[in-house]
Design a protein around this ligand. Sequence first.
Ligand code: CA
Length: 231
Amino acid sequence: MAKKILLVEDEERLVANLADKLRAEGYEVVTALDGETGWALARGDSYDLVVLDIMLPGLDGLSLCRMIRNDSKASEVPIIMLTARGTEVDKIVGLESGADDYIVKPFGLGEFLARVRVQMRRPPTDRSLAQKQLSSADLRLDITGRRLFRADSEVKLSNKEFDLLTVFMRNPNAVLSRDLILTKVWGHDYFPMDKRTVDVHIRWLREKIEADPSKPTRITTVRGVGYRFEG
Ligand code: CA
């Protein structure tokens, strides 16, 4: 049976071009020109690969990528992101968006097909297993059960505190800007929100996980930039 690829990209000529090439290689291709349609298609069927442009009208590619990763049915599918030159690449792969690979535009069709083949050959990642639990020093985060344990006693967290700590523990030692944290924890509808929301939630979280919340050693402040989880 032909392997099936979902292609989400708003540049119609590029979509037509890529779809043609992929079909010529024997793949079945389904296309969407915006994020919402892409999301409906991603949820409605199963695919062997999703190719997502980052800049899309409406729902953007990074948010869509994260929604697919959080979807119980679609979460295991390999995802390749298409990005314009100059985009911060760490936001795509390094920082837990969940993409497996990315290609910087403009790219050659040969390179594109090679990347597609790599993802098709790759043995499926057991993301569910990899994400079940995160540990650092005496902290253990049970992702599936949404519980935090500190030296084996449970620490009660609010939903947002839990999401915030998950982002930090998935990216130990990386400096995360408030913008990035807002996107990761509050999603793409964060725009009306004040960035100080992040500071407030960090303060609450510190009270629960720091030995001395006034002298934090686990979540440290990087002045003028954001916060870092000392993993
Ligand atoms: Ca685009």
